[in-house]
Design a protein around this ligand. Structure first.
Ligand SMILES: [Zn+2]
Length: 481
């Protein structure tokens, strides 16, 4: 039984349901990529599929539109796979279970993949229709956007003739994105030496930290759990002797970490002083972060006496220095666009043990040289502590164009349809447009999409009425000559 039968726009929702029925989390997009290829073959449309799974499908101009500039409709094939702990679906192999709740489509216990399945659904519905006038359509569907824009980075666009691109990977109807930051991941590794000591084993862990997305929520001023571990040891180091066994925190470079923990030993005589220090530390961070993370605290657990491998004093000093002195958070706000974060970084992952002091950052900036300078600072600190840094997944920013014919067209159509002027935004998060614009000279881009909420989480929803309005908008944009 099809869940979305009877809802409009039927063609878009039909393709969207097909897509939801095919597992397609990042690195597992092959089946969906092949589905797009089968779609093109059945309809005799020109297509290209590369070895990664990126797909391009061309729909020639409809009669009367042969001389209108071609346009790229673009989105990504992969989705973030997240689920509630009780959910037993294997998202690599099994399809999710979608449901309708009022105006919203959602999935039972998992992410929905409206980000970015809806873009693929729009593209296929446009290519499939016989009654929608349009110029030459070049549908570009990429893999692994969510893991570091790998598909957009590698794709060959030489079969595309368009110099304008509609990216359907934004989540607020009525808000057009017209620029984004560039970024990269930096991995720092500093060697340590260990020794053996015995004492009372203690553990601390964070609780009540809100975390968030490092591209979207870095300006909220929320506490970073990894940095907080460093601050705790900086705070107590002159008050009581302690030796660090290990620390760990965070899940991904681009996620502001909520959870971090540390294991260390103290002398038995110092346990009471430690408890008092934790209390004082909690009072301090509650006062500092009362607005951003109102329930913030660290929790102490005192265990038994044991002999442990611990960092030497010199290595412990390096760990405290790295966690506290490596820059973190917003570094600069834009002078051109008030309210926009220009440059930031996030210590997303941290691990300290016999293997070394390892920190992993997501660095972002809308100014390429500011991004490079920040990376160089991080490298300087890492090297001064005897370590090494490596960079991964660098992607260029998408610079706001003062003049954009496509943006003007989208604004005009939107105003005509709704009577409202849309918002035009530049964002600090990354989009594929920067990489794609690097491949086609003079590419004019804009990013938009229907209303979604809680993307990348099992609470993700997408609005059916908004899907319908954006569908009418897309058709109206394509109908313009
Ligand atoms: Zn997306």
């Amino acid at each position: 039984m099809r869940v979305l039968n009877g809802y409009e726009p039927a063609s878009v929702l039909g393709f969207f349901e097909d897509i939801c029925n095919i597992p397609h989390i990042s690195y597992h997009e092959k089946e969906l990529s092949d589905y797009c290829v089968a779609f093109a073959k059945e309809r005799g449309l020109y297509y290209e599929q590369d070895e990664l799974g990126n797909v391009i499908i061309i729909g020639e101009a409809t009669p009367g539109y042969e001389d209108v500039e071609p346009i790229i409709i673009q989105g990504h094939l992969d989705m973030v796979g997240d689920k509630v702990p009780e959910c037993t679906i294997d998202m690599e192999k099994e399809s999710i279970r979608i449901m309708v709740d009022g105006d919203y489509i959602t999935a039972d216990g998992t992410t929905l993949g409206g980000d970015d399945g809806i873009a693929v659904a729009y593209g296929l519905a446009l290519l499939d229709a016989n009654d929608i006038p349009h110029p030459r359509l070049e549908c570009v569907f990429t893999i692994c956007e969510e893991t570091g824009l790998e598909g957009a980075s590698a794709i060959d666009l030489s079969c595309c003739k368009a110099k304008r691109l509609l990216n359907i990977d934004s989540e607020d109807e009525g808000v057009f994105t017209a620029g984004c930051a560039g970024g990269m991941r930096a991995d720092c590794k500093i060697p340590v030496t260990m020794t053996s000591k015995s004492g009372v084993v203690c553990e601390i862990k964070t609780t009540g930290f809100l975390g968030g997305h490092s591209g979207i929520e870095i300006d909220r001023g929320r506490a970073n759990a990894n940095v907080m571990m460093g601050r705790f040891f900086l705070c107590i180091k002159d008050k009581l002797a302690c030796d660090v066994v290990s620390m760990a925190g965070g899940v991904k470079d681009n996620v502001i970490p909520k959870n971090a923990n540390a294991t260390f030993i103290v002398e038995e005589a110092n346990v009471d002083a430690l408890k008092k220090a934790v209390e004082e530390f909690n009072a301090m961070i509650k006062a500092e972060y009362g607005v951003t993370d109102s329930n913030i605290a660290i929790v102490l657990a005192v265990k038994d006496v044991a002999e442990c491998a611990v960092l030497t004093d010199a290595s412990k000093e390096k760990a405290i220095t790295a966690l506290n002195l490596m820059p973190n958070g917003v570094q600069a706000m834009s002078q051109d666009l008030p309210g926009l974060v220009e440059t930031s970084l996030n210590m997303g992952v941290m691990k300290i043990d016999a293997e070394g002091i390892q920190t992993c950052f997501s660095i972002r900036s809308s100014v390429a040289t500011a991004k490079e300078y920040l990376a160089a600072k991080l490298e300087q600190i890492t090297k001064s502590l005897g370590g090494e840094i490596s960079y991964h997944g660098e992607y260029p920013g998408w610079e706001y164009a003062r003049e954009s014919k496509l943006r003007d067209l989208c604004i005009k159509v939107y105003e005509k349809q709704t009577g409202v002027t849309p918002k035009v935004e530049v964002i600090h998060a990354g989009l594929e447009c920067g990489l794609l614009a690097d491949k086609i000279e003079g590419l004019d881009c804009i990013s938009l999409g229907p209303n979604m909420r809680d993307v990348h989480t099992p609470d993700e929803v997408i609005s059916i009425s908004s899907i319908a309005r954006v569908w009418e908008f897309l058709k109206a944009v394509l109908a313009e000559k």
